[in-house]
Design a protein around this ligand. Sequence first.
Ligand code: NAD
Length: 262
Amino acid sequence: MTVALVLVGAAGRMGRAVEQAAAQVPGFAVKARVDREAGLPAGAAGWTADAAAVLARGDVAVEFASPAACAALAALCAGRGAGLVSGTTGLSAAEEEAVRAAAARVPVVRAANFSLGVAALRRAVRAALEVLPPGWDLEIVERHHRMKADSPSGTALALARDAALARGRDPEALRFGRERGRTGPRPADEIAVHAIRGGTWVGDHAVLAAGEGEWLELRHVAQDRLAFAHGALAAARFVATAPPGLYTLEDVLAAGSRSHQT
Ligand code: NAD
């Protein structure tokens, strides 16, 4: 079966990586490329700024564009009966709600990070926290390229929330960075997130756990956006046959390992 893809944000860094990955893997056909008027390559055929003009039932829209584009596209997919794979980060509560509403009618995979290595990192962090006592301090450091629009990264937030839940703490009570001055001793129950921006870093996440006289660092480094693009294509293949619902990359991986076992 060939999965017909509509790429939204197709001219961007991730859109181009998904296009490149789709050319490497059999079973995908890029049917249309959508970007803002300003992002359309001059004179390129098959590009449009209007997703509604190209999206049909049975297509899978793969979106790495902007929070507003994600919310609008989710409603459009629900109306057309198309599946959605969305990787945009930094959505507002209302935009997340728009995605949830669409998922009642069509299959949607949302992930702040589509790399398999990060899926493994999240599992490794949960496993480490089962062993480490609650007194160990947890800090997350992420590094991204200078053009990244949101901070901290969606992946750093997901890692911090995983850690908070594993510790039985409020996943929204996080510390972001530290001010200059006499900040005093570190509160024992704090989970802190620090964002570094510069250069061309694709994505780097380190989870540090510090105890008495020892510390542990679990770290993932994405060197190329193809790491995310291949995960997004696995999600697109899953979405092409899944019933309506809001799915995570974990659901995609679980379905993949089930099909390998049969
Ligand atoms: P980018 O700026 O290079 O590309 C975004 C593209 O979307 C641009 O070409 C822009 O013109 C287009 N766009 C913006 N609004 C649009 C709209 N309303 N309609 C149509 N096109 C629109 O950004 P990027 O580095 O490709 O990242 C895009 C998003 O994906 C960001 O939120 C980023 O954090 C996220 N991201 C997620 C993952 C993941 O694995 N989930 C990985 C990398 C990046």
